[in-house]
Design a protein around this ligand. Structure first.
Ligand code: ADP
Length: 259
């Protein structure tokens, strides 16, 4: 008799468990579907805006541009910068859509990527970038293009959202590479820190737009970090600045000779 009851109870538990799992799965699918829908609608909206701006400048040029060289100049510049924006947006959308199965992971000299990016940014922006390191060469497993993209996004943001010098550090600790980018800008409030890694999220839409931002950079950086078994985090104090840190597993390293 007891056996029978126990047996029945057991199957009822199992049924209940299955129901819970099934409901969780449906919820997950629903959330994924809603996220996809949001993504598509955000992406279309973000693309529509520059297209509309280009169109209105083109019309303005047609109507009043012939005898107004200043207006012509302004319109051409606006069209050019909106086209750049669209180009960046499309490139970023493609980066997000990239199927991770098609990304080949190889040995990558991470230190070299960082140094190369710093030189490029210094030349392009003429801003002060301080660089600290405790290694000479460091290898990680991954895609050089994608890792370069993270470095680029973090340095670009630090320069965009602050006016003073920025500090880039590259250290190894406990079998991990710690790459961080620190700025002394306005910082990010605690509530915002949780949201900035979301796709299309921007703390200040107007400011981000002015600086050519799309709200996709950090979400791309986070996706890439996770695909490299890494972590991307932020520490920030309002009014003082922010530090973004990428942690990756080390493949092999060569230590900095002690002087
Ligand atoms: P965006 O293209 O707008 O820069 P991101 O995804 O790179 O998009 O960043 C999302 C938002 O996070 C930005 O719009 C900005 O408000 C905020 N943010 C990112 N980096 C910094 C930083 N270093 N200092 C202050 N705010 C930042």
């Amino acid at each position: 008799k007891w056996n029978k009851i126990e047996h029945r109870n057991h199957s009822r538990d199992e049924l209940y468990e299955m129901e819970v799992t099934f409901n969780e799965m449906i919820d997950q699918l629903k959330t994924n579907y809603e996220k996809q829908e949001d993504f598509v609608s955000n992406a279309s909206h973000e693309l529509k805006t520059p297209i509309q701006i280009v169109k209105s400048y083109a019309q303005l040029m047609e109507r009043r541009g012939m005898d107004n060289p200043e207006l012509l100049q302004e319109s051409i510049q606006a069209i050019d910068s909106e086209a750049d924006r669209m180009k960046k947006l499309v490139e970023q959308l493609l980066a997000l859509a990239k199927n991770k199965k098609n990304v080949v992971h190889k040995e990558v000299e991470f230190h070299q990527l960082v140094e190369h990016s710093i030189v490029t940014f210094k030349q392009a922006y003429g801003r002060e970038i301080e660089f600290h390191k405790n290694i000479e060469s460091i290898y990680v497993m991954g895609s050089a293009d994608q890792l370069e993209q993270i470095i680029y996004i973090l340095i670009d943001n630090a320069l965009k959202y602050s006016k003073e010098k920025i500090v880039v550090s590259l250290f190894t600790y406990n079998g991990e590479v710690i790459f961080s980018v620190q700025d002394f800008g306005n910082g990010i409030s605690e509530e915002e820190q949780e949201r900035i890694f979301e796709r299309f999220y921007r703390v200040d839409k107007a400011r981000s737009r002015e600086t050519g931002g799309t709200g996709l950079g950090l979400s791309i950086a986070l996706t890439i970090a996770e695909e490299h078994n890494g972590k991307l985090t932020v520490e920030s104090t309002e009014g003082e600045g922010s530090t973004f840190t990428l942690v990756l597993p080390i493949l092999k390293k060569k230590s900095q000779p002690t002087e």
